[in-house]
Design a protein around this ligand. Structure first.
Ligand code: ADP
Length: 466
């Protein structure tokens, strides 16, 4: 890539240099053409020395020249300026031979046009001077009368100069192309390296060009894209890991009750002379295990239902205070039967929220069942309802054993539970809180575990009011 861009630049610059050269030559041709067009109309051409010269210099009429901004001087054979009209560039009355020679030699390079004519009869020089409006001196002079040796020498010098000129042209075009190509190829190279790293799976690859031009915008877009890909990939990995863990957990949790059922059914089928009591004990175990498997499958079904895109709540505008009061009332006999203490603090106003009563009731039911299941009799269960920042806030707490610190961050993930022995009869599925949180979120609210409780655990449900 680098070589291609570099040679492209080189060709472009050489073309530009050569075109510039061509255009410059063309400009000179045009200038000399224009100059020949206007030369007749310039003052110097209208009043040449030959047009006004007379044998007797005192007869010379300089008025037209002076009126046109020029000057007329007459220098005699003694190099004295014997007559002067208008513009005077000699500035002296008397010249030495050297001064007059220098004047004649240097007259070409001065910003004046001199027309000098010698009058042999009168023995004087007539000098007609006009200020040069503008002049461009460039000419290639060639005389066929020159000797061949001179022509060869001059020709070879000119050829060498032209060759050196072209070489320098090529050299500078080369250097300049290298520099300018590098300003493109270096950032491109870095961007390409970054892209290749991404392609090879290094999603942490970022590009730092230290530039402020369009490449910097490209760099920002690249880095942004890489960050997004990295984020997406990490999310995908995490969800893949979650899915893998979920399948593992489901198969573990189903394996125990299913193998137990299978084992006891085989025993019932094969064992002869079984007492009635033994038989009913086995059936009881089979019944419990099938209930456990059934509960697990029901909860899994519920979880995947809530997760599916088709899931929607059947909401109705409901007074949540009244709703919670009813649930608490239903809880009281259960709490009393299990020997739990309780306290309810529900605000008296009407607080309306959009509620799917069946699903939302499931959240409170789960929290209540957990409080009863994991805490000893005598534990205090408290429910309160307040309104904060347009949210109905329901706090469900107990002063029981609390949630172990190591589980707090993940308690709402499926299959997370403090008693992880899958054989445990008391252990739940670990799905209840995940389902409850998803239901709260589907209501536009949330279910949280409140931090830093000295004793027991406290959950907070929030739902936006309407
Ligand atoms: P499970 O079906 O196991 O009850 P949950 O998701 O409802 O599943 O609960 C997850 C775990 O959180 C439970 O296994 C239990 O260890 C713990 N837990 C939940 N609520 C309480 C509580 N009020 N007191 C103590 N531990 C609790």
């Amino acid at each position: 890539m680098k070589r291609k861009l570099f040679s492209q630049f080189m060709i472009n610059y050489l073309m530009i240099f050569l075109l510039t050269l061509l255009v410059t030559l063309l400009a000179f041709v045009l200038l000399s053409f224009a100059s020949s067009l206007i030369s007749g109309s310039l003052a110097k051409s209208r009043y040449p020395a030959s047009a006004i010269i007379k044998e007797d210099y005192s007869q010379i009429d300089a008025s037209d020249v002076v009126q046109s901004g020029g000057g007329v001087q007459v220098v005699d054979k003694e190099y004295r300026v014997v007559s002067s009209h208008g513009l005077d560039t000699i500035g002296k009355d008397k010249l030495t031979v050297e001064e007059f020679t220098t004047f004649l030699i240097e007259s070409k390079s001065k910003p004046y046009h001199y027309d000098i004519l010698y009058q042999p009869q009168g023995e004087f020089w007539l000098i007609v001077t006009f200020p040069t409006s503008m002049r461009l001196d460039f000419s290639l002079v060639h005389n066929k009368e020159a000797i061949t040796g001179d022509l060869m020498r001059a020709g070879s010098v000119i050829t060498v100069v032209v060759l050196i000129y072209l070489l320098m042209l090529a050299f500078f075009a080369y250097i300049y192309s290298k520099i300018t190509a590098a300003s493109i190829t270096v950032p491109l190279q870095k961007l390409r390296d970054g892209t290749m790293l991404l392609r090879e799976g290094d999603y942490s690859a970022r590009v730092d060009l230290r530039l402020k031009n369009e490449f910097a915008e490209l760099q920002d877009t690249f880095n942004d894209m890489a960050a997004r890909i990295e984020h997406e990939i990490s999310l995908r990995r995490k969800s893949e890991e979650d899915r893998r863990r979920l399948i593992l957990d489901i198969s573990h949790d189903l394996k125990n009750p299913m193998s137990s059922i299978q084992g006891y059914v085989e025993l019932l089928l094969e064992k002869s002379g079984m007492t009635k009591q033994e038989r009913s004990e086995y059936l009881e175990i089979i019944h419990n295990n099938s209930k456990r498997a059934n509960r697990l499958l029901t909860e899994l079904f519920e979880l995947s239902q809530i997760d599916s895109p088709e899931f929607s709540l059947k909401t109705a505008k409901t007074d949540i205070c009244e709703f919670i009061r009813q649930i608490c009332a239903e809880l009281v006999p259960l709490l009393e039967r299990e020997g739990f203490q309780y306290g309810f603090d529900i605000c008296e106003e009407n607080v309306f929220v959009l509620l799917d009563a069946d699903r939302f009731g499931r959240i409170l039911q789960n929290l209540a069942v957990n409080a009863l299941q994991y805490n000893p009799p005598g534990t205090l269960v408290a429910v309160s309802l307040t309104v904060q920042n347009s949210q109905a806030v329901i706090d469900f707490s107990d002063n029981g054993i609390g949630i172990p610190d190591h589980l707090r961050d993940n308690i709402f993930k499926p299959f997370v539970r403090s008693d992880d022995s899958r054989n445990s009869k008391t252990g739940g599925s670990g799905l209840g809180l995940s389902i409850a949180k998803k239901i709260a979120e589907a209501h536009g609210g949330d279910l949280l575990l409140l931090p830093d409780r000295k004793k027991g655990s406290a959950f907070r449900i929030t739902v936006p009011t309407v």
